[in-house]
Each structure stands twice: as C-alpha cells, then as structure tokens.
Ligand binder design. Structure first.
Ligand code: UGA
Length: 430
C-alpha cells in the first residue's frame, strides 16, 4: 500500500519504517529540512534499538523515503497518517495546530480518495475536526475518510511493540476505511479492535492514564512500606501475581517521565474538564509523581545532612533505560533541586549525556560510572540501565568519599549491598 507518514518524530519515524518493513511503500515527511537531509544520509535523530538497521534496509529496497515536500507525498499516497507533534500548551491542553495544517494541505492537494488517519495522541473529537477542516476546503467533493489508529509504542522497545502488539485499535466510520486498515495490519499477528473514532481516541488517553495511575499507586504504596517496615518489591510481586492486577507497571521508583505520560495525563485532565468532569483521580496521580521526585532529594538530605558544597554522583539521566530521551525525565527535576541546594553534580548516562548537556550544562559529565563515584559523598541511581546492575560494588565503595547509595530504581539487593558496607536507601524498602 502507498502510505504518507506526516511527521517524522518518534512515532512517525518508527511507525513509517515498520510499515515499510511490512512491504508497503512509505514516504516519511517532515518540515524540518535538516532532519530530512540527515535521514536521507541514514543519520537517525533518535536512539531506538534496531531502528537504524531497519531504515537502511528499507531505503535500500526502495520502500522507504524521506522528504519535506508534503504535497507530493500526499498526492502519491492512499493512506495519510498524521503523526505530527501535539505539544502541551501552558494550560496542559494539546496544541493541535500542526494537525490542522496537515488536514488543510491534504484537502488542498488531493485529487483522488484518501484515508486520513490520526496517529498522534490527540483529544477526543480531533477526528471530527480533521473531517470538518477537509470538508470545508474540499470544493471538488473528492471522496475521503478519516480514522483514528492510536499508537502504543514504548521508547526503547518500539519496533518490537509495533511488530508484536497486544492489540491494534482502529477507529473508523466507514466500511472502506475499516477494510483498508485491516488489510494494512494483516501481516501483524494481533487482535484488531474496530471502534468508532471517538472511542479509539479515548482508548489512547485512558490507557496511558491508567498505566500512570498504576505507577503512582505503587509509589504511594512504597511510602507506606517504608513507614511500616515492609518491602514494596515483595508487595508488588504479591499484587502482580493476581491476573486481574498484573505484574507490569508496578515498579516503584523515582517517578515516571518521558514525553507521553506527563503530557497525556495533563491533556486528559483538561479534556475531562472541558467535558464538565473534574478528574481528581488523575490530578492525584500527577501530585504523587511530583512528590516522588522530591522524595529522592529528601533521602539524599537525610543521609548527607547539609547539602551545600557536597558532591553527589548521578547514574542515569534518560527517563528510562534504552533511550536517549530526557524529556520530563525525573533526573532533570532532581538535579535542578540539588543544584539549588549548592550540590556539585557528577553524572553519567550511556546514551543521554549529549542531550542533557544542552539543558543542564553546569555539571560534570563523566566517561563511566566509576568516574562519577570518585570523591562523591553519595551515589544516586535514577535510571535502571542494565550497565548499572553489574557494577563492581567493591570498587564503587573505594571510590566514594562516603559509601552512601540512594537507589532510586531499586536495582540493588539491599541485604547484599549493606553486607558490602554501604549505607543503602532504596524506594519503599526497609
Ligand atoms: C508510554 C506507554 O507505555 C506506551 O504504550 C505509549 O505508546 C507511549 O507512552 C506513548 O504514548 O507514546 P513510554 O513513555 O515510552 O511509553 O515509556 P514507558 O515504558 O511506559 O515508561 C514511562 C515512564 O514510567 C518511565 O519514566 C518509566 O521509568 C516509568 N515507569 C514505568 C515506572 O516508574 N514504573 C513502572 O513500573 C513502569
């Protein structure tokens, strides 16, 4: 099938590349000319395992191309995916001006049937607006359909998530649109849920909000565990064995980040508000998450007493492992607070340091975790990269000025690390 993927951000680039891998002809479009130039040289703007190889392969086989000429891409394609950014406005609402612009271009250049599919995370009723925008400009009365096909890709495992999803959600209002999208996803072995467009739009926001709620729930439980002398890892395990609860997304830690959960939560709260519902549950999910980051700073204070002039080593800057993405990463808030207290920071991350240097230039970036430990008064783990789980703890202890370890992701076993002589503080553990 011939596909135009408008927007080559995270979602667009991964989804477009995966559709080409399935044998479709995909043109990826972006108005960032520099980005397109780089992609045409096979320089991938994000770190995502397996993506670079897949881009190269499909470009070589002439199924995948990159352009900034949206008009040509739309003309040549039957299915137009809108995967442009929907960044948060100051009040938390999603800014949909890019979605509107793309819809207008589609209307202006189409000469034959187009299926316009919303892929970006958007408020409910965006599909209606896309349809309205195209209709207003479609004086020639050309046939088209609008659909919603939300993505559920996780950074770091996005390709796998695309090829082996739990489900595919398709929101449509015509048989023709349904048949095209079902045919497109035929090679993917997953249940397809066909709904109306509004339900598909809400499924995306409700899913992300529910997952964020699960994380804040276990983080709240972690506070109870600490106070009661229980271990949240055990509690999560005991809860997760119940199939109705499930074991995933019950990992207590330094809070959730990334460009999806924080943004989608506040957008969904605004959507509910606009529909006359005060979604207090989700407001509390946000509050718990903010508190969780402050709790890490509190733990550092409890161990170091006065922070001014102390040296703290940070392991992990990205919002989660296997990505270089630092957007809304808990590390940003935690480092910010520590800097305000006059702490000197040394940090290391396997992939995210170049990005972090741009927004927090005034700290020391180290070549490896051991350099971070040299003469630091405490070591703080903020991202659970595999590399950190296999560190030589004896060496770390020797390098640290005082053997204080704040494990913001519970990657170490408290008993064995304490047996090595560390003063250990995890999240929700004795
Ligand atoms: C999330 C969803 O998981 C995807 O399904 C969705 O498609 C995507 O948002 C999106 O809307 O585009 P992502 O943001 O890549 O994916 O990352 P997650 O793996 O969901 O993790 C989000 C945050 O939650 C991370 O900061 C992670 O450290 C934190 N987390 C996750 C926890 O603190 N505890 C957990 O148990 C799980």
């Amino acid at each position: 099938m011939k596909i135009a993927m408008i927007g080559t951000g995270y979602v667009g680039l991964v989804t477009g590349t995966c559709f080409s891998e399935l044998g479709n002809d995909v043109i990826c479009v972006d108005n960032d000319i520099e980005k397109i130039k780089k992609l045409n040289k096979e320089i991938i703007p994000i770190y995502e395992p397996g993506l670079e190889e897949m881009v190269k392969k499909n470009r070589n086989e002439k199924r995948l191309s990159f352009t900034s000429e949206i008009e040509d891409a739309v003309k040549e394609s039957e299915i137009i995916f809108i995967a442009v950014g929907t960044p948060p406005k100051e009040n938390g609402e999603a800014d949909l001006s890019s979605v509107e612009k793309v819809s207008a271009v589609v209307a202006d250049v189409m000469t034959d049937y187009k299926l316009v599919v919303g892929k970006s995370t958007v408020p409910v009723n965006t599909g209606k607006w896309i349809k309205k925008t195209i209709n207003i400009r479609n004086a020639r009365g050309i046939d088209f359909d609008v659909a919603s096909n939300p993505e559920f890709l996780r950074e770091g495992s996005a390709i796998n998530d695309f090829l082996f999803p739990d489900r595919i959600v398709i929101g449509v209002e015509s048989e023709r649109a349904k048949n095209i999208l079902c045919e497109l996803y035929k090679p993917v072995d997953a249940p397809i849920l066909v709904t109306d467009i509004e339900s598909a739009e809400i499924i995306k926001h409700a899913s992300n909000s529910f997952l964020a709620t699960k994380i804040s729930f276990i983080n709240a439980i972690s506070i109870i565990c600490e106070r009661a002398g229980a271990d949240v890892e055990m509690v999560a395990k005991g809860m997760g064995l119940d199939k109705r609860i499930g074991k995933d997304f019950l990992k207590a830690g330094a809070g959730f980040g990334g460009f999806c959960f924080p943004k989608d939560l506040s957008a969904f709260i605004r959507i509910a508000e606009n529909l006359g519902y005060d979604f207090r549950l989700l407001k509390e999910v946000e509050r718990i998450n903010d508190e969780q980051k402050k709790l890490i700073v509190k733990k550092i204070k409890e161990n170091l007493w006065n922070l001014n002039g102390k040296s703290v080593g940070i392991l992990g800057l990205s919002f989660k492992p296997d990505t270089d993405d630092i957007r809304y990463a808990p590390s940003i808030d935690i480092i910010g607070e520590l800097l305000q207290e006059g702490v000197k920071i040394k940090a290391y991350d396997p992939k995210a340091m170049e990005r972090m240097k741009v927004i927090i230039p005034g700290i020391t970036y180290c070549k490896d975790p051991y350099e971070v430990c040299e003469d630091s008064d405490a070591l703080v783990v903020l991202t659970e990269w595999d590399e950190f789980k296999n560190l030589k703890v004896k060496k770390i202890k020797k390098l640290l000025r005082t053997p204080i370890l704040i494990d913001g992701r519970n990657i170490f076993d408290p008993k064995s690390i304490e047996d090595e002589g560390f003063i250990y503080s995890g999240v929700g553990r004795k």
